[in-house]
Design a protein around this ligand. Sequence first.
Ligand SMILES: Cc1cc2nc3c(=O)[nH]c(=O)nc-3n(C[C@H](O)[C@H](O)[C@H](O)COP(=O)(O)O)c2cc1C
Length: 250
Amino acid sequence: MNSNLPRETAARRAGADADPENGHVSALDISVEDAILARRSIRAFLPKPVPQATLRRLLDIARHAPSGSNIQPWRVHVLTGVSLTAYSEALIAAARNNEPRDMEYQYYAPEWREPFQARRRACGFGLYSAMGIERGDTQARREAFERNYLFFGAPAGFLLWIPSDLEHGSWLDYGTFIQSISLTAQNYGLATIAQGALGEYPHVAHEMFHMGNDYTLIGGMSIGWPDSDAPVNSFQPDRIEVDEFVTWLD
Ligand SMILES: Cc1cc2nc3c(=O)[nH]c(=O)nc-3n(C[C@H](O)[C@H](O)[C@H](O)COP(=O)(O)O)c2cc1C
């Protein structure tokens, strides 16, 4: 596999590299629009492994994401097997011990306000409704949330780090990288979810993966085969219309 191929060829070659012997997955060659529209955050995965060659391919394509001055601020740990289980167990233990969730950055503004509060509520309501969890059932909600720490049953996860001295612009770059992973995954029939929740107990990751404070844990992603029978995966949150966020000028 030549990772220095021109970008467009690299994506096309993915299918040609498919090797049923080692289980490498064939690319579907879907359009960018189809990939964007078909992508959903998946919260239940099948217990079927993703070949390491395919995980590498996702990162090999996503590394072409743009970044300001091309500084490419990404640093990724790929977790499968023992490392994935160990990290999951440590997060669950931290949660059950009521350790404070101390993400290394503020994901949200400290106060919720409209229109974001209503969108957030609709998202939470839709998600828990899809799972059949009542509004007041805090125990079931907590258990559902803890599935984040189990990578929702996915066989693979990425932990996403950024050098701590970088600024907002590099975090912006990171979004393009995350979406590139998710869209490439679509092209292999794989599903993903980006998870801030995987960064909620950062000391666990720093210790387990020997990362100093020169890196900040953004969170992670789960990657795998979607369980299309799982009710939670039927949830499809709305989007605001173009004219709600665009001002047309001439
Ligand atoms: C950076 C980022 C972090 C997220 N963190 C979580 C998370 O920790 N847990 C979760 O269930 N969903 C998480 N999500 C998924 C969002 O809830 C989801 O993208 C949103 O509701 C829209 O749904 P969709 O991705 O299915 O279109 C995250 C999404 C992004 C982009």
